[in-house]
Design a binder for this molecule. Structure first.
Ligand code: ADP
Ligand code: MG
Length: 883
């Protein structure tokens, strides 16, 4: 970066202005408007050209200054790339018009043309990952959240906003862990924190593309609260329910201040802030959300194979966002859940009305985001056309919804305000299919404004005259090839080819010489040209004014449009749930207060969708008082993990108000679902994270309540057999015995030893995944039956995987010896004796060999073992015996 006075002096005026503005925006890539381009210089140019994939050049006049530029009309896609990389972009516009002193209005205009002075420039907006509102920068079905976190002596404050939809929420959390969980749930693109805490928040969640530090001052409670009150023009924040939430207000105030700074506007569409409490909803911590693959799959964190993908057939972007938010915030209040369930039920039954609504929604654009752009005065002509078209659909939506009787549905349809004033205002002013920008002209309808019509008339009258001129001059001069043309430099001209020059009349003035022709003007032609250009210029200017007026008028309706948007998105989400329920044969669950969960013939919604009708349904009955901890045993691949997850998903689906994949379900509302998967069963994380597994288990033991549902899948597997078994055993005991805990727990394990727990613990019940042995092979029945399984069938499963017969036979022998605990002549256990007695008998210590061999066999991941690896394994097993 260049600096120093002497060097500054040598710069051109434009570059000096650049340096000044860059100095005010040191941490942003500065898009410096020069004519039809945005130019970047110095380090900005180097960074930006690499990310945007454009050429890096240099500005010669200013000695080797690195530079790159993009045309203004395609700037958005380039900005999207930079912002997508977590960078900040400052858009600097020309606020005066070069060449026309005084034009352009804003802030005094330019210093006149002639190349002497330079045009005034100003940063009009700063775009960061969290503050984008342009469609190019947003994902339609997802929110674009920006968040702030603050910490005071007692609490952790958290606030987040979607600038593109106007949502602004805040909360307080008791611990750093809860705060982290909340950040992971909201997945903001940008997170604002106190400067001194930057390091602490540096790797909270991968969704955070930009961590923005702000001075401590912005988080001070008094300062933040003052800014909030000033914004909402209230004397206190109590009216929003923010009293007693100082940490939340501190985060919210800092957030608001930061966003205002980037938008350079007052954020008129942010009319309220809403406190919320994560405890109001069924709590799903981040590990549980991951394990249940609710909105993102485990492997790639994409939507494929998730519950969201299965349930989402929404027609609008608003509906898609609503549904996603429901999935992440299941309800806890049985009557609220039943209201949704009744609505879904009616939409399942009234298929015709439902599909009629859905097809109307296909033409409803993103009202929330359109509104936000209107409020921020950033709406373009096509935004208004989309708004008008969408609003015009609403009366028909209301009509289609008018026959619906479920209380939630009739309330929604009676709240459907089509805001016809807004649609009418746009319809009157804007043409049917307007161009992308007002500067293109032709946005305002004919007949809307008489002054505009007059200017347009002059313009087109002049063009008619010029068109007639050509024919007239051809006749008069006898030059048949004479042409009238126009270019931006010379304006209108008459072109005569070289061979006809002798016939040019004397009143023609020569303007330009080409290779084969000369171009001329006449006084009359210039007069008309003036008239046309002035009229067109004035028309464009007037159109701009009329358009801004219209946007301003519309901003008074945005609050109403946003309420309507909420109605549309809710209906859309309900329809989506109803469709999924009908298509997949789900049943309406009975949701009640209480602790019992009863499911008959339940299925895993996602696995069943890919199992092509072969899914085996299973029951669940657990109530916390007679049966509390279900220990589910069975060999690998028997279906334990699937069973566990399907039950958690069924509860979750019921609590968002969706029908469930079961023949019958009675669900006592659950306050939290915990899901933990043993380290070696967790493909994406592997063995090294046994510590994580234990941390998470501790979290469950400390936070679960009798109202919680706990899913433990192979806990304790990430360590040696005896360790693991001991931990698993004592965890179950604790959940069973601790009076404050008593959570309903499904515990899947291949340690069949755990089935003995039910001999001493009355609420522990044993179940197993039924398998059939047939000709020494194991057949999975996928059926959950009472009782424990007595064998882990590891060897049979290994056989299914195609391990060589010799390995299987030998493993069988080893196992039989292990089980008999046979002793050798010296009294050591004869673990590895060959049944036929042909081979040398090896002596191994009981613990060592039993452990090692068992572990080896048990950790074989059959699904992923190739024949070659199997041979290698066989070799290793033999080596073990030779040791
Ligand atoms: P485990 O946890 O006991 O090793 P999984 O739950 O991972 O077993 O299931 C193993 C395989 O069996 C999976 O591929 C799954 O698709 C299939 N499966 C599980 N449960 C069922 C079922 N009820 N009906 C049909 N297939 C099932
Ligand atoms: Mg499993």
């Amino acid at each position: 970066m260049m600096s120093g006075r002497r060097e500054m002096k040598n710069l051109t005026p434009a570059m000096r202005q650049y340096m000044e503005i860059k100095g005010e925006n040191p941490d942003a890539i500065l898009f410096f408007r020069m004519g039809d381009f945005y130019e970047m210089f110095f380090d900005d140019a180097v960074t930006a050209s690499r990310i945007m994939g454009i050429a890096l050049t240099s500005r010669d006049r200013d000695r080797e200054i690195p530079m790159c530029g993009v045309p203004y009309h395609s700037a958005r896609s380039y900005i999207a790339k930079l912002v997508g990389e977590g960078l900040k972009v400052a858009v600097c516009e020309q606020v005066g018009d070069q060449g026309q002193a005084g034009a352009g209005g804003a802030g005094g205009g330019g210093v006149g043309g002639g190349g002497k002075g330079i045009v005034r420039r100003k940063v009009v907006r700063v775009i960061t990952p969290g503050t984008a509102v342009e469609d190019e920068l947003l994902e339609p079905g997802a929110n674009n959240f920006i968040a702030a976190a603050s910490v005071n002596s007692r609490k952790y404050g958290f606030a987040y906003m979607d600038l593109s939809t106007g949502e602004f929420l805040l909360t307080e959390l008791a611990s750093k862990e809860e705060l982290t969980d909340e950040i992971r749930r909201i997945r903001p693109l940008e997170l604002i924190v106190e400067r001194s805490r930057q390091a602490e928040f540096s790797s909270t969640d991968p969704s955070v593309k930009k961590l923005t530090p702000l001075p401590e001052y912005d988080f001070e409670e008094g300062v933040a609260a003052g800014r909030m009150k000033a914004h909402f023009r209230t004397h206190s924040l109590d009216g929003f329910g923010c009293s007693g939430l100082p940490a939340a207000v501190s985060a919210a105030g800092a957030l608001l201040h930061y966003i205002k700074g980037t938008q350079k506007t007052e954020l008129a569409h942010i009319r309220k802030c809403t406190p919320y409490f994560p405890d109001d909803y069924l709590v799903l911590d981040s590990t549980t959300r991951r394990n249940l693959e609710i909105t993102a799959n485990l492997r790639y964190a994409t939507k494929e194979g998730t519950l969201l993908e299965l349930l989402d057939t929404t027609s609008t972007a608003m509906g898609a966002r609503r549904l996603k938010s429901w999935l992440l915030h299941p309800l806890k209040d049985a009557s609220e859940i039943n209201r949704r369930l009744d609505a879904v039920e009616e939409l399942v039954e009234k298929r015709e009305a439902r599909e009629a609504l859905a097809s109307l929604f296909k033409d409803v654009y993103d009202l929330e985001r359109l509104c936000a752009r209107v409020s921020l005065a950033m709406a373009g002509p096509r935004d208004l056309a989309a708004l008008r078209n969408s609003l015009e659909k609403l009366p028909r939506v209301a009509e289609a919804a008018s026959d619906l009787r479920a209380p939630m549905l009739s309330e929604l349809s009676s709240n459907m305000d089509p805001v016809s004033e807004a649609a009418y205002a746009i319809g009157k002013a804007v043409v049917e299919n307007p161009p992308a920008t007002v500067r293109d002209g032709g946005v305002i309808r004919e007949g809307f404004d008489s002054a505009l019509d007059e200017l347009r008339e002059i313009g087109s009258g002049g063009k008619d005259w010029i068109a007639r001129l050509e024919a007239g001059e051809r006749r008069r001069t006898g030059i048949n090839s004479l042409k009238v043309g126009y270019n931006r430099v010379f304006g209108y001209y008459i072109e005569v080819t070289r061979t006809n020059l002798q016939s040019v009349p004397p009143e023609y003035t020569r303007k330009q010489t080409l290779v084969n022709a000369e171009r001329f003007v006449t006084g009359e032609l210039k007069e008309w040209e003036d008239r046309i250009l002035t009229a067109e210029e004035k028309a464009t200017e007037l159109e701009g004014e009329l358009f801004s007026d219209l946007v301003e008028t519309l901003s008074q309706y945005t609050e109403r449009i946003r309420s309507t948007a909420a109605v549309v998105s809710t209906l859309d989400a309900l329809i989506s749930l109803a469709r999924a329920s009908e298509r997949n044969g789900y049943a309406k669950p009975e949701v009640v207060e209480g602790t019992e969960i009863f499911i008959r013939d339940g299925r895993h919604p996602v696995v069943e969708a890919s199992a092509a009708g072969d899914f085996v349904p299973n029951d669940l009955s657990v109530d916390g008082s007679t049966s509390q901890v279900l220990v589910i045993t069975g060999p690998n691949m028997a279906g334990k993990s699937t069973y566990l997850r399907q039950n958690a998903l069924i509860v979750l689906m019921a609590q968002i108000g969706c029908f469930v994949p079961a023949a019958e379900a009675r669900i006592g509302v659950v306050d939290r679902i915990f899901t933990r998967v043993g380290a070696s069963d967790d493909l994406s994380r592997g063995q090294s994270t046994f510590m994580v597994e234990m941390n998470e288990t501790a979290n469950i033991l400390n936070n679960a309540t009798p109202g919680s549902l706990v899913i433990l899948d192979e806990i304790g597997r990430g360590t040696s057999t005896f360790d693991g078994l001991s931990i698993a055993w004592s965890v179950v005991e604790y959940i069973h015995d601790h009076p404050g805990l008593r959570a309903k727990t499904l515990f899947a394990t291949h340690y069949h030893e755990l089935t003995e727990l039910n001999l001493t613990k009355e609420r522990v019940k044993n179940y197993n995944m039924a398998v059939k042995e047939w000709n020494g092979e194991v057949i999975f029945l996928r059926k959950v039956v009472p009782g424990g399984s007595s064998s882990s069938y590891g060897i049979q499963v290994a056989k299914l995987a195609g391990l060589p017969d010799r390995v299987i036979e030998r493993a069988g022998e080893i196992l039989r010896n292990l089980e008999k605990g046979e002793l050798t002549e010296t009294g050591a256990p004869r673990l590895a004796a060959h049944a036929k007695g042909e081979e040398e008998i090896k002596q191994l210590s009981l613990l060592g060999a039993k452990d090692e061999l068992r572990e080896r066999l048990k950790t074989i991941d059959i699904e992923r073992t190739t024949p070659i690896e199997a041979l290698d394994l066989l070799h290793k097993l033999k080596m073990l015996l030779d040791e």
